[in-house]
Design a protein around this ligand. Structure first.
Ligand code: F6R
Length: 616
């Protein structure tokens, strides 16, 4: 979490930093700051959003912020509450060294005590202020250049970081390093950009160098970048890649919020996910599987690790893979898996699902599985992300940048990849016969247009329903089979952006306790598509109705039984049960969005959240 951006070149750095911070705001938005070197350091920081920072900077315009060198930060607090003092950048005691940091320094307290004994004083509650003073202490003590002091300091630090460090006396130099948090250097003509992802610089350069974990780089104006290993100072040959990112993809394109734009992008993003993988002859092509076919065919077990929405996609994946490929699947929260000494056999396949590819717990779970000899497969959206690079093989979702903090198109494209995977493996293993394989592939090819129809069929009615329920305090989501994880996802969407307490349950579990919550004030959203466990879900709905609960049902077009019981119903097109989660989640995304908007919530940047959870 936290976004960092920096510039060394011949343009005015301030607008580049501010625009870059706005694009990185999805990573954290409780405070922001920047520093430029205009002969001397000039910095401004504040609690609040990047727009608050801009306002504060214009109020303080007496100081010149014209400079070609600088860096900025948008924060998601870890150590210390969000306030002006805890915001980044942080300066060393002399005021001569400045840092921006994304991550956590776990041993900051012991370093802080050591520095206090040396006479250093601290103004904030942050671990970052400790790190910048530690760098200053080592630089002065050892009489070494900034980059050496940074390296010495990082070799004593335990934790995760992406940092950028500047010193007042050397404006055209910046030292950057990463371990566990992302950092990319954009290399333009006579200029360098640094950022947590490439979005701040794509209109200036498409040449990017992604630092690997444990690497640092010294960036100097008009000189080649110098990349080294932090632990031994060994030189690393920089590997610069050409990005294919467009500016359109990271802008709102006429929509009011990124979330609604991303909801409506789903027909296209699913199509993009299937491109080259679902062929015109209704067969699947997954090179990530084909290149490791022996491994997949002999796998006795698949373990899926993920967090949040990606974990919900993994739960749907369990149903799909077990049904079609008959391989036992376990779905684990990455944060639990990594700390419980899991039993992993060398023949196991561990699949990580992650939109950002940077989630700290998922990354750590993968590293553990790799150490234990498992084959690692990734389903990531962000190309070149840490998880994608760690895996033995994988499939990108190609959903395009997802900027709204609440995940929408990432979820449906993850489901698409998991469906392709299950179909491909099932066919290759012979657990899915030729006829069924072809039939399912053919149906899958229609999913983008069915998603478009679902949006069209539900988008207006959802607004009426949202109007009626916008003031509730609680909500329950129920589903069975493949639609049970969709119930969990619907509840997560509602709570994270509207702050309404919501829970998802398997429909039949209600009578084991939660049904006690039902009264005339409790809305219950039922996932009740016609295929699957429809009759059972209808019975569960009767139980809710008998206790005066209010029922909102997601049903198949033309449904009668459930529609009669429900207070409101939202119809989705008819589809094979296996594909129904991709459609049934759409009205739930829309419902959460509209309820949150009606409650005056910031849907793209909900409170306390960040898009990329790079701390555990
Ligand atoms: C919810 C949401 C989160 C993420 C979770 C994992 O809308 O976005 O629950 O799904 O933080 O993130 P990734 O997929 O980037 O690993």
């Amino acid at each position: 979490m936290c976004g960092i951006v920096g510039y060394i070149g011949n343009k005015n750095a301030y607008p580049i930093i501010i625009n870059g911070l706005k694009r990185l705001e999805y990573r954290g938005y409780d405070s922001a700051g920047f520093i430029v070197n205009a002969g001397k350091f000039v910095h401004t920081k504040t609690k609040g959003k990047v727009s608050d920072l801009e306002e504060k900077a214009s109020e303080e315009a007496s100081q010149s912020i014209e400079s070609c060198y600088g860096m900025g930060h948008t924060r998601w607090a870890t150590h210390g509450v969000p306030n002006n003092v805890n915001s980044h950048p942080h300066l060393s005691n002399s005021g001569k060294i400045a840092i921006v940091h994304n991550g956590i320094i776990e041993n900051y307290l012991s370093i802080k005590r050591r520095l206090q004994q040396e006479g250093f004083t601290f103004h904030s509650d942050t671990d970052t202020e400790v790190l910048v003073n530690f760098i200053e202490f080592l630089k002065d003590k050892e009489q070494v250049p900034l980059e050496t002091a940074v390296r010495y300091a990082l070799n004593e630090v335990i934790g995760a970081y992406a940092i950028a460090v500047m010193e007042e006396a050397n404006p055209t130099k910046m030292v950057v390093a990463r371990l566990g948090s992302p950092l990319v250097v954009g290399i333009g003509e006579g200029e360098f950009f640094i950022a947590s992802d490439a979005s701040p610089f794509i209109e200036y350069t498409q040449n990017a160098l992604y630092l690997e974990d444990g690497e640092m780089a010294v960036i100097k104006l008009n000189q080649p970048i110098d990349v080294r290993k932090i632990h031994n100072n060994e030189e690393v040959t920089p590997s610069v890649q050409e990005l294919k990112l467009s500016l359109d993809a990271i802008e709102k394109g006429g929509y009011e919020h990124f979330m609604i734009k991303e909801i409506f992008e789903q027909p296209q993003s699913i199509q993009d996910t299937m491109r080259g993988r679902l062929l015109e002859d209704f067969s699947t092509k997954l090179s990530g599987i084909e290149n490791n076919l022996k491994q997949f065919l002999s796998a006795e077990r698949i373990i899926i690790v993920a967090c949040g929405t990606s974990w919900h996609a993994g739960q749907v994946g369990e149903y799909l893979l077990e049904e079609l490929a008959r391989i036992p699947v376990e779905v684990e929260y990455a944060s639990e898996f990594r700390y419980r000494n899991p039993v992993i056999h060398p023949g196991d396949i561990v699949i990580a699902i992650s939109q950002s590819g940077e989630t700290a717990d998922t990354l750590a779970a993968l590293k553990l599985a790799k150490e234990k000899g498992a084959f690692i497969y990734g389903i990531c959206n962000v190309v070149g992300s840490s998880i994608a690079r760690l895996t033995d093989s994988g499939t990108y979702t190609h959903a395009g940048p997802e900027i709204g903090v609440a995940s929408t198109k990432a979820f449906t494209t993850q489901l698409t990849v998991l469906t392709l995977l299950a179909l491909h493996l099932g066919y290759r293993k012979g657990t899915l016969d030729h006829h069924s394989y072809k039939k399912l592939c053919q149906q899958l090819s229609h999913i983008p247009e069915l998603v478009a129809q679902t949006l069209e069929m539900t988008k207006d009615k959802v607004i009426e329903i949202a109007q009626e329920y916008k003031d509730v305090n609680n909500c329950i989501y129920l589903g069975r089979g493949l639609n049970f994880p969709v119930a969990l996802e619907g509840a997560l969407k509602l709570k994270e952006i509207s702050y309404i307490h919501a829970e998802g349950y398997p429909a039949a579990e209600m009578k084991h306790g939660p049904i006690a919550l039902i009264d005339e004030n409790m809305p219950v959203v039922f996932l009740a598509p016609s295929k699957g466990h429809y009759e059972k879900v209808v019975s569960n709905a009767q139980e809710i109705k008998a206790r005066k609960g209010k029922i909102i049902a997601i049903v198949t077009q033309g449904d009668k039984q459930m529609t009669d019981i429900a207070d409101h119903s939202l119809e989705i097109p008819e589809v094979d049960e296996l594909f129904s989660p991709i459609l049934s989640v759409i009205p739930l995304q829309l419902l959460s969005y509209h309820i949150a908007i009606m409650r005056g919530c910031n849907v793209d940047q909900p409170r306390n959240l960040a898009k990329s959870v790079t701390v555990e």
